[in-house]
Design a protein around this ligand. Sequence first.
Ligand SMILES: Cc1cc2nc3c(=O)[nH]c(=O)nc-3n(C[C@H](O)[C@H](O)[C@H](O)COP(=O)(O)OP(=O)(O)OC[C@H]3O[C@@H](n4cnc5c(N)ncnc54)[C@H](O)[C@@H]3O)c2cc1C
Length: 408
Amino acid sequence: MPELEPRPGDLSSCLRDWSGPTPLLVRSGGTSSRSRDPVLWSLDLRTHCRELQLSDDGHRVRVGAGVTMAELQRHLAPAGRSIPTGLSGLPGAGYLLTGGISPLSRSQGLAIDRILALEGVWGDGEPLVLTAEQSTSADGHASDAWRGLLGAAPFLAVVSAIELRTTPRQPLQIARALVSPDQLAEWIQRAETWPDGLSLQWFWSERIEILLVAIEVDAPSVQAWAACQPQLARLPGAVVERIDGLEALPPFGALARCPLQRAPVAQEVLGLLAPAWGAATPALIQVARQAMAQRPDPGCALASQQLGGATARVPATATSFVHRQAIWKPWITAAWPAADPAARQRSLAWLLQLRDQLRPHCPGVHLAQLHDHLPWHGWELKAAFGDWLPGLRRLKAQHDRHRLLPGL
Ligand SMILES: Cc1cc2nc3c(=O)[nH]c(=O)nc-3n(C[C@H](O)[C@H](O)[C@H](O)COP(=O)(O)OP(=O)(O)OC[C@H]3O[C@@H](n4cnc5c(N)ncnc54)[C@H](O)[C@@H]3O)c2cc1C
C-alpha cells in the first residue's frame, strides 16, 4: 500500500515527473476501495490538504481535499451554515467531486451544484484553477472542462481545494424504523408523492431500516411529515427525533445490520440511478427480496437514497451527473472476508446478478466508487455518463495525456 503525502504545491511536479505504475490513485476521505491498493501508489491528501476557510459573510467556504464532510460541517455549524452532505461524515472530497447525494438534495441540490471554484492539477501536472463564474456563460452554458470536473474529476485531475456555496443550517425532523419488504414497497410509493423537503432512505441487510428526513421549517414537508406519523408509530423500533443539522444524523443502516464479530471485510459498492418506480415497485421489491435471501455474506446489502426536486432542476448538460431526472439512487454492496478470493468472487457475482435484475428499472449509474480494476468498468462508464462520455474522453486526451489517473 505505497503512499505519498504531497503538499498542494508539490502536486504539479509529482504528476509531471511520475514514472511509477499507473493508475495513480488519490485518497481524500479514503472510504472507497479505489483510494488504496496493495501495489499501486496513492496520493494521500489527508495530511497536507487541510484548509478550511469560511468567508466573512459565511456564504462561501474553501475546503481542502483532505478534510472530511464531518469536519466541514463542524466548521460551518457555529456560523449557522451548512452544505448538503451525505449519510455519513466520513467521506472527503470524493463525495463533493462525484456528485454528492444528500438526504437534503431534493431541496438543496447535489454537492457538485454548490461548487464555486476548484484548484489542483490536471492529470498531466498542469495547474488547474477554475471558477464557476469564468467557466459558465450568461445563458448558463458550462465549459467542457468545468462540466467534466463536476462529477468526473477523478478521471481527469487531482483536486486539492474546493470552494463551495453554503446555505443556512436547518433543523431537521428524522424518523427511523424497521419495515417488512411489503411495507418498504408502500413507503417507496408514498415517498414518490412527497414534497421536496422530505426524503426517504432505506437500508436492507439483515432487516430493512427506513430513514425519513424532513426540513422542519418547510410547510409542505411538515404537513407530509405529520401524515406519516400514524404509520410510523406502528412500526417496530420507530424513533422520531429532532436534530440541529445534517451532521447529527445517526449511523445509517445501524438498525438493519447485525453486529458482526469477525475479521475485517473488503467491499465494492455499485451505485445505480432510477426514475420513479410507481406501480412497478412491488415487483421490484420481490426481486430484491429473493436476492437478499441468497446473500453470500452478511455484509452484502441493498440500500437507496431519494433524489428529485432540486436535483432535477439543473440541466443534464451542466455537469457530468447526467441523470438529472433520477428519483432513486439504489446501491448494492458486495462484501467478503478480506483476503478470501473465492468469497470475493461469490459476492461480486451476487452483486452483478442483482444489478442485472434491477437494471430494467435502474438504467443509470452514480459513479461515486470507481471500478477501473473490475471487468464491468466499461459498462459502468457508459451507464454513468451516456452521451457525454466521448466529451469526457476528449478532455482526458487533452489533460491526462499519459493516462496517469483511472481509465475512462
Ligand atoms: C459510510 C459512507 C456513506 C456514504 N454516503 C453517501 C451519500 O449519502 N451520498 C453520496 O453521494 N455518496 C455517499 N457515499 C459514497 C462516497 O461519497 C463516495 O464513495 C466518495 O467518492 C468517497 O469520498 P472519499 O473522499 O472517501 O474518496 P476516496 O475513497 O478517498 O476516493 C474515491 C475516489 O475518488 C478519487 N478522488 C478522491 N479524491 C480526489 C481528489 N481530491 N481529486 C481527484 N480524485 C479524487 C479517487 O481516485 C478515488 O478513486 C458514502 C460512502 C460511505 C463509505
